[in-house]
Design a protein around this ligand. Sequence first.
Ligand code: S3P
Length: 449
Amino acid sequence: MHILKPLRASRPVAPLVGTLTVPGDKSISHRALMFGALAVGETRISGLLEGEDVLRTAAAMRALGAEVIQDGPGAWRVSGRGVGGLTEPADVLDMGNSGTAARLLAGILASHPFFSVMTGDASLRRRPMRRVTDPLAASGARFLSREGGRLPLAIVGAQDAMPLEYRVPVPSAQVKSALLLCGLNAAGVTRIEEPEATRDHSENMLRHFGATVSVEQVGASRIISLTGQPHLAAADVVVPGDPSSAAFAAVAAVLVPGSKVRIVGLGLNPLRCGLFTTLREMGADLVVENARTEGGEPVGDLVVRHGPLRAVDVPWDRAPSMIDEYPVLAVAAAFATGTTRMLGLKELRVKESDRLSATAALLAANGVRVEIIGDDLIVHGNGRAPAGGAMVETHMDHRLAMSALVLGLASVAPVAVDDASFIDTSFPGFVDLMNGLVGNGGTPAISAA
Ligand code: S3P
């Protein structure tokens, strides 16, 4: 039985000050475990995110025959089975709350010739899977699911998978990655066209493990080609801090007067940094120091200071680079002077919750004037702190819970959330980390409601 965890955030008596690291990148952590399981040899991972979502992927890789061992905090070892070498799981694979785990795993299972069943929690069982199963079926895999392509999903993988050629109709790194993972065990070249660039961690990591991947820019589209059945060789992975988790600390520092935080060892892949670009356009003081490359990914330290914000228009084509950051950007926009328009947010409707409606509801309940027009989110700010004071419904969505708590750190009255337990899917330790920054003379800014 699920036990609700209500929390409340209120204005700290002191600014947020300090140096912090955020947990490892969720996207890279899932992929490190999956590619490690498909490689020959032992992959050592450091900085792995030990959130619920990634632990589900670790369990699934074990159930499929890979050896996955935790040596210490963030330090993991995966002994892989080689491309096409995973074996039939004895039981249902439960992917919990994680869309990334479920969709990427569907790609792996599509080109392994055995039977498996995948399920998830109530949130994941509501999310669309056809976006991966329709194109994956062309490999020869067979899928049976509930109405609307929803989990539970039964899969019979292809005996000799065909390589796929597919134009991804929605900007989705999960869809692209599922097809690449399927293509690993298909004889021939898998070719994927993405009309809008999405996070390229799969491409980077495939190369890191020795696969041949080429990326061609044709107009606005990217064409990604993967040569199937490569020898994937185990390779160590250093997981950088997750920019999508850093987003909450960064926005809190911008909003709480007097704050200055340094977030060290942060992943700064340009296809993930749309929030930081937008905050800068809004006038926020964000500086990157120590920029470097680690394990094929750009990394740096981000220094964030408090300051006033002005409204901006956020163009639709920026959405893939900040798709998980709109709820917390909307919170920032509520403090800005003027009307912020966030354009083209259709994909937000199929996240852990309908994040477009839920973000609007979060703000409206706390005294912010907000509208949804088509797929755009419009937030009217007047340069002053919103009233706050509401109990926000989080709909099993970690990012809504953290966004509401960030709002409560700077709104006039405290903000509560009905259930903060899902924060552990991506950001274990969030509450302690934020309270630790405050130095609030013993009174935590975030506490049980
Ligand atoms: C992810 C891709 C995005 C993002 C999710 C992680 C990934 O989803 O929202 O949190 O790791 O590939 P979509 O591909 O559905 O946009």
